[in-house]
Ligand binder design. Sequence first.
Ligand SMILES: [Cu+2]
Length: 286
Amino acid sequence: MGMNRIVAGTAALGSGLASWSGSACAEFALNMPRGVTPVSHDVYHLHMTIFWICVVIGIGVFGVMFWSIYHHRKSRGAVAAQFHESTLIEILWTIIPMAILIVMAVPATATLVRMYDTRDAELTVKVTGYQWRWHYDYLDEGVGFFSTLSTPQAQIRNAAPKGEHYLLEVDNPLVVPVGKKVRILTTAADVIHSWWVPDLGWKKDAIPGFINETWTQIEKPGVYRGQCAELCGRDHGFMPIVVKAVPEAEFKEWLTQMKAKATPQTAQNESHPVSQPATVSGGQAL
Ligand SMILES: [Cu+2]
């Protein structure tokens, strides 16, 4: 019985690995993503710096430990050295870790300061978490819309084969211009959510009654996907985030279309098409 189970388990693991080594393996990576923003690069380099410091410390500490265990083993007749209350050693083992921590704190603080510096943003988007979808408001532009999961129910209920972006696709993505600093304000309308797109290098809690502020500046046009990262109820796993970064001209065109969609009645009431929708959208921005 036990043997059968082991054989069955091994076979399952083997076939699992075989299928996994196909498409999933191409995307598989041990490390965190480098991302597509200045902050995500900072975070990546900080992570690598701290990682290598830890590797050096690990090799040093375990090297000395294993060397000592081997060379001062009992069979050689080793006698333990006595250095209780040695002032020199106590100072050293306080100063050295402190110095290492200070060395680590310098780049970490610089990255945090940069992350929180939302000055000179060219666009502000308010992100509101709802159970279970996101709402995006382009403040100052009068454009706002919900972004809802678009994966068909049939795929979720295993009645149809799963698509490439299963549970990571939405009807209306957040569209932002490439190379522009975008300030992102996160809040929520019911419970705590968290807005997380790994390629942007951070995740930010969306808390009812609070506005959290951060920013991004995407360097490469593309579609970046993420998820709600704070357990927020039954459909927590069904409120993905899709960010579409496009060249500025394309963004302007998209914004014009969205504004036209948002104010169809007003445009019809005017005898001439509205060329400056600012007067119409100003009230909506609030
Ligand atoms: Cu959520």
